[in-house]
Write a protein that binds this ligand. Structure first.
Ligand SMILES: Cc1cc2ncn([C@H]3O[C@H](COP(=O)(O)O)[C@@H](O)[C@H]3O)c2cc1C
Ligand SMILES: O=C(O)c1cccnc1
Length: 351
């Protein structure tokens, strides 16, 4: 299977803006390095945005939803219908991400890529219906090549809309009961890691449920063994519509020059896929938090990512990334707003 756009070059970082921002940080009225990761974030944002004074005022949050055939194997604590039910909750304002988007003044775009429900179109939701959910990845390939391609492009298209409306930060979120099973299977293949090291409770499986989920993933990995060497084939055989869309979105962010703030475990699997497909896109990804899902730590290490916070979150929907936006905004405000030593007449070196 080929798609024609994933290898397109990513935007270069602006080293002039980075150097100016770093020089500016050194002049601010604080001991050098005392704002730690916030300093590094501000300087990195300057390099990505090509301006000495970065900002993340306009935030675009895109939620991608899709159902998973593998739910028939009993891998989630919740029923499949929740995926479609949450679509309504996203647009009526009751979901965690809806509250966060509203608090942040962020745009929230909700795309249904293929759910068993709702049967009626929902106002405010983009219904693409790539299929009525993926096929059961334990028994066959989750997606056809055409479905994987459409889902990848759905992610890219959302980024193009964000760019058109001049958004400064992209957050991808996912909703899909069963998607920690798909994400774990993908992570096992991409990291060459045993299932036991990555599998976790997802929405809240007890130990016996996690053991069964591990068995399902083992069976799937054996079935698709030969097929999954290329990341795009791994995505097609083991992924989900929303994971494919997120992969396409992260690739497009790097190609369009938009900073992407990555959410938890599932989004990080999509990020790793994007980096495997086009390694230069790594620079454009910031990692917001470390999820409670046990496999996330290994994924972040493979991506050489330092998560900004670790709050024991295990929700998804892009919620962890949204929670970190105020911190990015404050990192920019400090960088742009603090006085320099000479402006404030403060001694600029230790005694
Ligand atoms: C009410 C509800 C809201 C959610 N929002 C995100 N997820 C999260 O949980 C699901 C993944 O976990 P698993 O693989 O165990 O099914 C995904 O839909 C993810 O986005 C939710 C799950 C539920 C139940
Ligand atoms: O970290 C995540 O993305 C996550 C973890 C559990 C359930 N849903 C999402």
């Amino acid at each position: 299977m080929t798609i024609d756009w994933w290898l397109n070059p990513t935007q270069p970082l602006d080293s002039v803006a980075r150097d100016k921002a770093a020089a500016c940080q050194a002049q601010l009225t604080k001991p050098a390095g005392s704002l730690g990761e916030l300093e590094r974030l501000a300087v990195h944002l300057a390099a990505l945005q090509g301006r000495e004074r970065p900002q993340v005022d306009k935030v675009w949050i895109a939620i991608f939803a899709g159902d998973h055939g593998v739910v028939a194997e009993g891998v989630s604590a919740y029923p499949q219908a929740v995926t479609g039910q949450m679509l309504r909750n996203f647009v009526t304002g009751g979901a965690a991400i809806s509250v966060l988007a509203s608090q942040l003044g962020a745009a929230l775009e909700v795309t249904d890529l293929g759910t068993a429900e709702p049967l009626e179109p929902l106002p405010g939701v983009r219904h693409l219906q790539v299929g009525a959910g993926t096929a059961n990845l334990m028994r066959e390939a989750a997606m056809t090549p055409a479905q994987a391609l459409i889902a990848l492009q759905a992610g890219r298209d959302s980024v193009l809309r964000a760019v058109e409306q001049r958004h400064e930060l992209f957050i991808g979120g996912e909703m899909g009961i069963g998607n920690t099973t798909a994400a774990t299977a993908l992570a096992c293949v991409l990291l060459g890691c045993p299932v036991g090291e990555l599998v976790g409770p997802g929405t809240g499986l007890a130990a016996a449920g996690v053991a069964h989920k591990a068995q399902v993933i083992e069976t799937a990995l054996k079935l698709h063994q030969g097929a999954v060497e290329h990341p795009i084939e791994a995505l097609r055989c083991l992924g989900g519509f929303e994971i494919a869309a997120l992969t396409g979105a992260y690739l497009a962010c790097a190609q369009q020059g938009v900073v992407a703030l990555v959410d938890g475990f599932i989004c990080s699997v999509a990020a790793l896929l994007a980096v495997r497909l086009n390694p230069a896109c790594r620079d454009w990804l910031l990692f917001s938090h470390q999820s409670a899902e046990p496999g996330h730590q290994r994924l972040l290490a493979a991506l050489q990512a330092t998560p900004i916070v670790s709050l024991g979150l295990r929700l998804g929907e892009g919620s962890g990334a949204a929670l970190v936006v105020p911190m990015l905004r404050l990192a920019c405000a400090l960088h742009n707003g603090m006085a320099t030593f000479s402006e404030a007449a403060v001694a600029d070196r230790p005694a």
